[in-house]
Write a protein that binds this ligand. Structure first.
Ligand code: ZN
Length: 117
């Protein structure tokens, strides 16, 4: 009986075991505190989007939104037809406008090259 007590005391010596586990606990606590903010931010970034309708731009949950694709890019809209239809029309309009401007710019450059100076 007394031998068992001695062996138990020597194995669980607080001088050797406790400082290591204390450091580990402290590290785990700091890690958990830091990870709380990281995971919270990650959850926010991965689940919240802005409505792609430029007249709305409301913060919405990705799970409560309508996803549309245009030119291999995803756009998210509020769960109503107005935001989705006007938003997609506006995105297409902006694309057509920039395409036209780009074409006019190239034509103007070609005209200038053909003119003798
Ligand atoms: Zn919207």
């Amino acid at each position: 009986m007394s031998q068992d007590n001695r062996s138990t005391i020597s194995v669980e010596s607080p001088d050797i075991v406790e400082p290591q586990s204390g450091l580990e606990d402290e590290y785990i606590m700091k890690h958990q505190n830091n990870m709380y903010y990281v995971l919270d931010e990650l959850l926010y970034i991965s689940s919240i989007v802005y409505c792609s309708n430029d007249m709305c731009e409301k913060e919405i949950y990705k799970s409560d939104s309508v996803e549309c694709e245009f030119m291999d890019q995803s756009y998210y809209f509020c769960m109503n037809d107005n935001c989705r239809s006007y938003g997609m029309w506006s995105i297409r309009y902006d694309y057509r406008k920039s395409f036209r401007q780009n074409r006019l710019y190239r034509e103007k450059i070609l005209e200038n090259k053909e003119k003798p100076t």
